[in-house]
Write a protein that binds this ligand. Structure first.
Ligand code: ATP
Ligand code: MG
Length: 179
């Protein structure tokens, strides 16, 4: 069998954002309520690709190279919890059109490379903690504005100490501010 890599496309926050959001998660979640994601691992998945071959990866990258999405501002104003996957997350009550378009374009590109991807509606969320069994109390907070000017391809290695992520490619989005 040929070699494969576990990959996903994501929005990657800066180190400062990762640090700040991780601290918020620490404040919001009661002690022992779950397992906080390490700051350096915080991200927002756009599209999970799974195990794909070197050839599929090359063709995916080259197709993404010729795609130009639009930059956008994401307002994260929700701290939520999903009971079944047991995650607490930071999310947006409004998904910007640019983000919907980006995810849709990436889904089409992935399918054109014979990569099976999720067909469920996209729900933008940044997982803050896992194994959170009980819904945390409602939190009031100032919405977080995240200017998203690029997106990345990430390699995920599942180890006994959790997933190790490595950003392997990055693409810019068109920033039309000031035009
Ligand atoms: P672990 O699986 O060890 O808990 P992880 O979920 O962080 O770690 P991956 O399973 O490699 O690492 O997933 C990478 C990213 O893709 C994560 O944001 C994860 O939530 C998301 N993801 C994983 N599997 C799927 C899937 N089947 N559909 C949608 N998103 C997924
Ligand atoms: Mg996983």
């Amino acid at each position: 069998m040929s070699e494969t890599q576990r990959l996903f496309l994501a929005l990657w926050p800066s180190e400062e954002q990762q640090q700040a959001w991780s601290e918020l998660a620490g404040e919001w979640l009661p002690e022992g309520a779950g397992r906080l994601i390490k700051p350096a691992n915080l991200h927002m998945t756009l599209l999970f690709l799974g195990d794909i071959s070197v050839d599929q990866c090359a063709s995916l990258k080259s197709k993404i190279d010729s795609y130009r999405g639009r930059a956008f501002e994401l307002v994260m104003d929700r701290f939520g919890h999903w009971r079944r996957p047991q995650v607490a997350w930071l999310g947006a009550s409004e998904t910007p059109q640019e983000l919907q378009d980006l995810v849709h374009a990436l889904q089409l590109i992935a399918r054109s490379c014979d990569i099976q991807v999720d067909t469920r509606p996209y729900r933008a969320h940044l997982t803050l903690a896992r194994k959170v069994r009980k819904a945390p109390a409602r939190i009031r907070f100032e919405p977080i504005n995240w200017f998203v000017g690029d997106f990345v391809l990430v390699k995920s290695e599942l180890t006994s100490e959790g997933a190790l992520y490595e950003v392997v490619s990055k693409w810019s989005l068109n920033d039309s501010r000031g035009e």
